[in-house]
Design a protein around this ligand. Sequence first.
Ligand SMILES: Cc1cc2nc3c(=O)[nH]c(=O)nc-3n(C[C@H](O)[C@H](O)[C@H](O)COP(=O)(O)OP(=O)(O)OC[C@H]3O[C@@H](n4cnc5c(N)ncnc54)[C@H](O)[C@@H]3O)c2cc1C
Length: 381
Amino acid sequence: MIFENAIIGAGASGMLCACILNNSDTVIIEHNETVAKKVAISGGGKCNVTNKFMSPSHFLGDKNFIQKALSKFDEKDLLELLKQNGITPKLNPKIVKGTFFCNSSKEILDFFLKNSTKCKKYFNTSVIDVDFDDVYTIKTSKGIIKSKNLIVASGGLSYQTLGSSDIGFLIAKRFNHPIKTLNPALVGFTVQKDQFWFKELSGLSLDVKISVKGKLIEGSLLFAHKGISGPAVLSSSLYWDKGSLSIDFMPKINITKFLHTRQNISNALPLPKRFIVSFLSSIGLEDKQLNTLSKDEIERLSSIHDYIFAPAGNFGYTKAEVTKGGVDTSYIDENMQSTLQKGLYFIGEVLDVTGELGGYNIQWAFTSGYVCAKELKRNSQ
Ligand SMILES: Cc1cc2nc3c(=O)[nH]c(=O)nc-3n(C[C@H](O)[C@H](O)[C@H](O)COP(=O)(O)OP(=O)(O)OC[C@H]3O[C@@H](n4cnc5c(N)ncnc54)[C@H](O)[C@@H]3O)c2cc1C
């Protein structure tokens, strides 16, 4: 039998695509035993599906390409589709502005299963290789599957324990698609010797503003055993590759407000004492009365608003929520089809489109999956 559509990967993008198609001409090939394992644990088990502030400015990748796709299926369309299925994610701006969370990720998994009953599903089946000769020949761990169209929805490289593999990038290369450099993203930073004092503060969290490659990111920073993490750091990792970034540890009040007080620095500043003690020691400043500071000391203390350092690296793919880089979208049309190879589509994280923390990546998976399914439907008519 030759299928009309073969989708590699039953994750967020592949399943949304399958739900829109929902026909017996479509097969989904997934090497896990069930659908969307990443979605299951996303948002701490409550899947942060989208964001009120959806726009290309929150993504790395070709803004024009992202905008065109979002114009066909954005956060409002997604929330409406979920509503029609009895799911009403709630706005929860506590950690990241504009985020919508489900009551439980299971709502999304059930939605996937309920709306894709007509599609054929091969679980516990790994795609090993793909060839093309009039139709696609997909070599899997359980034999050959043939299909007219091939939809690569196999995601990125992070969290291999949940089923990630490099098959999407191998298929892209096979059909001469350039790949933009891959790197872990939405991940914590490791630090160099000068910032080892961060590690002493492990477990402490602060609201900060991070400036990285011209982007300003607000949110909480968590000092960790290996370096720094937390929502603001994860989003910063999207924009950082090498070199320095700057942290404002006290973004809401300017230090100049306190310079005339007779109190010691650690008593006056509205920050945890543990942090101030370590910070002062890192800049070689004694904890003394603020009104006695010299010009040079004030300058050093002011670095609390602009602490510049270069991370050593990041925590790697085992901890990264996503992979940045991916299949170059210069050779993908606005319906997610390859411009180099007919009938070949790429959707989701495998593409060179990566969002900040806050529901942007699942929205992208759904947007690209939706756009692709609509195109496949149009072509089959
Ligand atoms: C811990 C964690 C929490 C996250 N939380 C959020 C969140 O709350 N909000 C948000 O927007 N984003 C979140 N993300 C990111 C988001 O989950 C992903 O960006 C999104 O799932 C990508 O969708 P996708 O369909 O491209 O890939 P995936 O959802 O990763 O799906 C790819 C599928 O392909 C399968 N596959 C891979 N290789 C093969 C092969 N060779 N053969 C067969 N099958 C294969 C995989 O098993 C997988 O099921 C989180 C990620 C992680 C790791």
